[in-house]
Design a protein around this ligand. Structure first.
Ligand SMILES: Cc1cc2nc3c(=O)[nH]c(=O)nc-3n(C[C@H](O)[C@H](O)[C@H](O)COP(=O)(O)OP(=O)(O)OC[C@H]3O[C@@H](n4cnc5c(N)ncnc54)[C@H](O)[C@@H]3O)c2cc1C
Length: 251
């Protein structure tokens, strides 16, 4: 029920879809109007609850893609072909359709515009979503912390926010973007299709001497691999923040 306090300021809100944008062949960005939404920090997530006519509910967790924008928020969802919730969100939900949102959730995997240290962002697939909220928040606040994004995707077509990321990187205001391809790389790519590895991290990450903070997000295996390579590069565990996009349950 909208506005029901769970604990602290966590509440369920009724959200109405105002826009659905195809992000890639298998992912959509969804913009919701959420009356009463208290705002959020970049990196936080929400629980989305779908309710069937017979009362059955399904709950899944989604990161917020947008910087704070009043009572609106944007999610980006990747289609899991056998999934219960993501096919509805990516392909079926129509403008005006309501659903329930609990949040904002999470206080550790966040970036705030008053942070000054270099931010090393590493994304695998849909793990770009909360990192994009950080990039957008940095831009919105005119913050000067240096950012580097290393974004691992299957192919050029699988890049979320491709035009926006390229434009932000071209603005040359302290955000560097590197794409790494696992299945199909563009012809002008200096690196063939392969998974991220220690040399790639060593070549692209901020040096430890710059006191960076790393945010790593993606499927569990990707996060574990990237964290291992950062550790090899000398990052202390306390300077690596992670978010795993493992499956979440139903209720
Ligand atoms: C903190 C957090 C943030 C998340 N943020 C996002 C986000 O911004 N965008 C997004 O698209 N997803 C995100 N997810 C994943 C999301 O919660 C769902 O797991 C995903 O949308 C699949 O739900 P489903 O109901 O379609 O599939 P389900 O019915 O739950 O599962 C269908 C099949 O897919 C497998 N599966 C489910 N989820 C995953 C997964 N993430 N990776 C690999 N296999 C999986 C299941 O094991 C099962 O075999 C996040 C998860 C967490 C925990």
């Amino acid at each position: 029920m909208a506005g029901t306090a769970i604990h602290g300021r966590l509440s369920w809100y009724v959200a109405k879809l105002v826009e659905r944008r195809k992000e890639t062949p298998t992912a959509s960005s969804l913009v919701f109007d959420v009356p009463g939404w208290p705002g959020h920090d970049a990196g936080q997530h929400v629980d989305v609850r779908l309710r069937a006519a017979d009362g059955y509910t399904a709950v899944r967790t989604y990161s917020i893609a947008s910087a704070a924008m009043g009572e609106r928020l944007e999610l980006t969802v990747e289609l899991m072909p056998e999934g219960e919730v993501s096919p509805y969100l990516v392909e079926a939900i129509a403008a005006g359709n309501p659903l329930e949102i609990l949040g904002p959730i999470g206080g550790w995997f966040v970036w705030k515009p008053d942070q000054r240290e270099p931010a090393q962002l590493i994304a695998g697939g849909s793990g770009i979503v909360p990192l994009m909220a950080m990039i957008r928040s940095r831009r919105q606040a005119g913050a000067s912390a240096p950012f580097r994004l290393l974004y691992s995707v299957r192919s050029p077509e699988a890049i979320y926010y491709a035009d926006e990321l390229r434009a932000l990187a071209a603005a040359n205001d302290g955000l560097a973007v590197t794409f790494a391809y696992t299945r199909a790389a563009p012809v002008d790519s200096t690196r063939g299709p392969q998974r991220i590895d220690a040399p790639l991290i060593a070549a692209n990450a901020f040096a430890v001497s710059e006191n960076p903070i790393a945010h790593v997000c993606g499927p569990t295996g990707f996060v574990e691999a990237a964290t291992g390579f950062l550790t090899q590069a000398g990052y202390a565990a306390a300077r690596i923040k992670t978010e795993r996009f493992g499956p979440t349950g139903t209720s």
